[in-house]
Design a protein. Structure first.
Length: 200
C-alpha cells in the first residue's frame, strides 16, 4: 500500500525498485525459478519484506492503527500505509531533498522499462498507476480519499476505507506527528538492510 515509501527506500537502484514494487505480488521464495526474477529484484523483494516487518511492529504505526481500528478494523493497517504515503508525498522535498515530480517520473519510467516479466497483476497495477498518475495525488487529501475508495472497492469485506479520510482529517496533526517520528527510523533501518544485503 505504501507505494511511494517503498519506491524511495530503494535508493534509486532500478533492480531494487522493481523488486520492491513486486513485493506484494510475489509470494513465497522470490528466488524460486518460477518467478523469473533477477538477483537484484529478488533483493528488492527481500527489502520490501524487511520494510513491512519493521513497519508492522513500529510503535508509531501501532498508535495510528489503534486510532483507525474503530472504523477500519482489520483494514486499519492498509489505511495507515496510505496515510503515511500522504505525509511523505506532502513533505517529500523537505524529507528527501528531492523533487517529487522528478522522482515520480524516474519511478514510473524505471518500472515500465523492467515490466516484461512482471506478474500480470503487477503489470495491470503499474499500467493503471501510470495512466491515472496516482502518486502525485497522494500529496492531497482529495487524492488520498480517491485512493482509499479505490482500495475499498477491492476488499472482500466492508473495510471502512471509503470513509477513512474523515479520520485523517480529524486526527491530521496527530497522525502526522507519528509519521514524522517513524520516518527517519525507517530510513535508517532500510539503509541498514541494504548494507546487510551488499555484505552477503
Amino acid at each position: 500500500m505504501n507505494i511511494l515509501a517503498h519506491a524511495y527506500l530503494s535508493n534509486r537502484d532500478p533492480d531494487l525498485l522493481a523488486g520492491n514494487f513486486l513485493g506484494d505480488f510475489v509470494k513465497g521464495d522470490p528466488a524460486h525459478p518460477r518467478h523469473g526474477l533477477t538477483p537484484g529484484e529478488i533483493t528488492g523483494i527481500r527489502l520490501h519484506r524487511a520494510i513491512d516487518s519493521f513497519t508492522d511492529t513500529h510503535p508509531d504505526v501501532a498508535a495510528v492503527r489503534d486510532m483507525l481500528y474503530p472504523r477500519c478494523h482489520k483494514y486499519a493497517g492498509p489505511a495507515v500505509d496510505i496515510f503515511f504515503d500522504h505525509f511523505l508525498a506532502a513533505n517529500f522535498t523537505n524529507l528527501t531533498g528531492q523533487s517529487l515530480p522528478e522522482f515520480i517520473r524516474f519511478f514510473y519510467e524505471t518500472l515500465q522499462q523492467n515490466d516484461t516479466h512482471f506478474p500480470e497483476s503487477a503489470r495491470r497495477m503499474l499500467s493503471a498507476m501510470v495512466q491515472y498518475d496516482w502518486v502525485p495525488h497522494y500529496a492531497t487529501i482529495a487524492g488520498i480519499d480517491r485512493s482509499l475508495k479505490g482500495v475499498s472497492r477491492r476488499t472482500a469485506f466492508p473495510s471502512g476505507l471509503d470513509t477513512a479520510v474523515e479520520d485523517l482529517e480529524r486526527y491530521y496533526n496527530e497522525i502526522g506527528g507519528h509519521f514524522m517520528q517513524y520516518w527517519p527510523q525507517l530510513v535508517t533501518e532500510a539503509a541498514r538492510v541494504r548494507t546487510s544485503f551488499n555484505a552477503e
